[in-house]
Design a protein around this ligand. Structure first.
Ligand code: ZN
Ligand code: ZN
Length: 392
């Protein structure tokens, strides 16, 4: 008995060594926006191996990554090895990994290794237990591979096909475990539990209603990432500085600050039940549609200073609540933005406009001093250029 086990392990060791430094004769070229795990699966299948067997034979030293988040692993040796195996440039392969977003969406915190907004798989017994892999049924039908952008919590729709992304098997509701290849008869991505092929999901797709602003803001978000910059209050900044602000607004909405016209409108359009005030759920455990509502509204709040003002005023959010946790990076643009709310009540441009008209009607000369008196706060002309403009 022990003899036969010995032979098997010897054979395995022989196989491993035989494949370890052998180049792949067949390899599909990755798509530009493909995620590395999707490419690994396609490499494995086109070489007649299951993904686990492929990793064990060709990339043994990185096998352990299958139990972690393969896509956000920062392993230069892995990229080099794949480059050797396929003859593709290292940088091209590195670009398939989620770490290619470092400096665009997040700055990796190497102490915690956490990257905000990323959906993380949870591996238990080889299976992924969290709905961390989203997909567009129509994109998958046209071209069978998984996209990098689908791994972010704010990617809730496909702007090309105008549908909500799916994050589970539509038949058995299990999250996707793409490395587990149970049905050897197919070369298509499928559910390891019920064998359903995800490329046949179109009938389960749900259209984004035409009057929703979800697609508009999804595009805008992609543009910020693509262009690596965003504009706020007519100034441009690096995209990576946008995301801490977005995160803050999203958490304010989740905490119950939901008095905002677009929130009410979108909640009805998207048919999302009220996001509870006491919710302790993280973004990751919310449904795709709930995330769509949150990010659409948050993007609208950050679309202009006027929108931000209205959101703060209508929800009576204090300066203290606006500040970002000191442990994380605070972008200057956001700090400047909330600076206006530091002392007492904030007077919006609209309020100032009405007040000027009121003072004129009463026969009082409108200026910074009379306005300050009317509102009971000190209005600083150097900081409130918007009000000074109205006084000319
Ligand atoms: Zn699509
Ligand atoms: Zn299934």
């Amino acid at each position: 008995m022990s003899y036969s086990i010995h032979i098997i392990s010897d054979i395995t060791r022989w196989q491993e060594n035989a494949f370890k430094d052998r180049k792949l004769r067949i390899h599909p070229v990755p798509k530009k926006d493909e995620i590395i795990s999707s490419w690994i699966v396609r490499l494995a299948i086109s070489n007649e191996l299951t993904p686990y067997a492929f990793m064990s034979l060709h990339l043994k030293e990185f096998y352990y990554l299958l139990r972690q988040d393969f896509d956000s692993a920062d392993k230069p040796e892995l990229f080099k090895k794949l480059s050797f195996k396929t003859g593709l440039p290292v940088n091209f392969i590195k670009n398939l990994s989620l770490i290619s977003y470092d400096g665009k969406i997040f700055i990796t915190d190497y102490k915690t290794n956490k990257r905000p907004f990323l959906l993380y798989p949870t591996n238990r017994g080889g299976y992924n237990k969290s709905a961390s892999i989203r997909y567009c049924p129509f994109c998958l039908e046209e071209n069978e591979y998984l996209k990098k952008e689908w791994r972010f919590v704010f990617t809730t729709t496909c702007p090309i096909h105008k549908v909500f992304l799916l994050d589970r098997c539509p038949v058995c509701s299990k999250p996707l475990s793409i490395f587990v290849w149970k049905n050897r008869k197919t070369t298509h991505f499928h559910c390891p539990f019920c064998s359903f092929e995800y490329r046949n999901t179109q009938e389960y797709a749900s259209k984004v209603p035409k009057d929703s602003k979800t697609i508009y803001y999804q595009r805008k978000l992609f543009e910020i990432i693509e262009n690596k910059e965003f504009t706020f209050d007519s100034k441009s900044y690096f995209s990576v500085l946008f995301f801490p602000g977005l995160r803050k607004v999203v958490s304010l909405i989740l905490q119950g600050n939901q008095k905002y016209a677009l929130f009410v409108k979108e909640r009805n359009i998207l048919n999302v039940s009220v996001l509870s005030k006491t919710t302790t759920k993280s973004l990751h455990s919310l449904s795709v549609k709930e995330n769509a509502l949150l990010f659409t509204v948050a993007m609208d709040v950050l679309n202009s200073k006027e929108n931000f003002d209205r959101f703060i005023r209508d929800n009576k959010i204090s300066y203290h609540k606006l500040t970002i946790d000191r442990k994380s990076y605070i972008p200057f643009w956001y700090e400047r933005l909330i600076d206006d709310y530091k002392t007492g009540r904030y007077v919006s441009t609209e309020e100032a406009k009405n007040a000027i008209a009121y003072l004129k009607k009463k026969g009082t000369k409108p200026n910074m001093a009379s306005l300050s008196k009317l509102f009971g706060v000190v209005l600083d002309g150097r900081k409130r250029k918007d009000i000074k403009m109205l006084l000319f």
